[in-house]
Design a protein around this ligand. Structure first.
Ligand code: SF4
Length: 299
């Protein structure tokens, strides 16, 4: 009898242990899956779940979001962080309406051409929404493959073409089984083969894992320092956006001046928000969220 493959072992484990996340339930469509993938890129699951549900209750299809303003997308994004994603997601919805009649495309090259949709997100949507066979490689999957196949403790900082090749080689040939395996690899990296405390003793691929076989110890302590937030431009941007999100009319600069004492840092943060298309000036000395009212006359 042939030994079960790596993908079979992980997929069997996934069938018994997968977390019940709302975007994995039957009947969830491609748009809802695309929204979940964008939200999950830099935000933990526990914070994404309520935001995802609220987002889809308001904009159940791309056309619903495309018809609304960037300002409302930024407001709904709330405090998920990295709010440029909200604007890009709306741009993506507009492109889906204009290029694909409001339906999320199922071809990889069409997905890759959408605003804000990169290598990972395009393949995740093609696999999880359309059951296709593509290597879906996020940080967790890279770590699992790097450890189990190459026998190294951690992957490098960015996804390389070689990571896609190494992951694809592990996928079953049949597309639906490959899509399931992709979800299973991600889950294994998220909850078992974690960066700092891999639970090798309970891992479904312990018997075939090259890193485990090498007898190396699990790494301890943080792999990288947690990103500082207090005092950064990100914090100042968040404070400025917080005021603008609540506003129902353009906000005078003097009001924004109150959120942060350092003039240079505050001005830099505000300029960054304008450059990123999140905020727009109104007249000489007021600001609002992008598109939060009639177009500003060009002088
Ligand atoms: S055995 Fe340990 S290192 Fe190997 S894949 Fe499983 S959790 Fe990761």
């Amino acid at each position: 009898m042939t030994e079960p493959t790596f993908a079979t072992l992980v997929s069997r484990w996934y069938a018994r242990n997968a977390r019940d996340l709302p975007w994995r339930r039957p009947g969830v469509g491609p748009w809802a899956i695309l929204v979940s993938e964008v939200m999950l890129q830099q935000t933990p699951v526990v914070r994404v779940v309520p935001a995802w549900e609220a987002w889809l209750a308001r904009w159940p299809e791309p056309a619903d979001l495309a018809a609304d303003t960037p300002a409302e997308a930024i407001r709904m994004w709330g405090r998920l962080g990295y709010p440029r994603r909200a604007v890009r997601l709306r741009e993506c919805a507009v492109a889906i309406v204009e290029r694909h009649g409001g339906r999320v495309p199922d071809r990889l090259e069409q997905l890759l051409a959408l605003p804000g949709v990169g290598t990972y997100t395009a393949r995740a949507v093609a696999a999880f929404a359309y059951g296709q066979r593509h290597p879906v490689v996020d940080t967790n999957v890279r770590r699992v493959v790097c450890r189990a196949v190459a026998g190294e403790p951690d992957a490098g900082p960015a996804t390389r073409p070689a990571d896609l090749v190494a992951t694809e080689e592990l996928l079953p040939v049949e597309p639906a089984a490959a899509a399931l395996a992709s979800a299973a690899f991600m889950e294994l990296g998220a909850v078992v083969c974690t960066a700092r405390s891999p639970r090798c003793a309970t891992c479904p691929v312990e018997s075939v894992c090259a890193w485990r076989a090498s007898g190396q110890e699990a790494p301890t302590g943080p792999t990288r320092r947690p990103q500082r937030y207090a005092g950064t431009d990100r914090q100042v941007r968040g404070l400025l956006l917080g005021v603008l999100r609540e506003a129902t009319a353009p906000v005078p600069r003097q009001r924004l001046d109150q959120v942060w004492a350092d003039d240079v840092q505050r001005s830099r943060a505000l300029a960054g928000l304008v450059d990123d298309g999140l905020v727009e000036p109104v007249g000489e000395a007021s600001f609002r969220l992008a598109g939060d009212g009639p177009p500003v006359p060009v002088p």
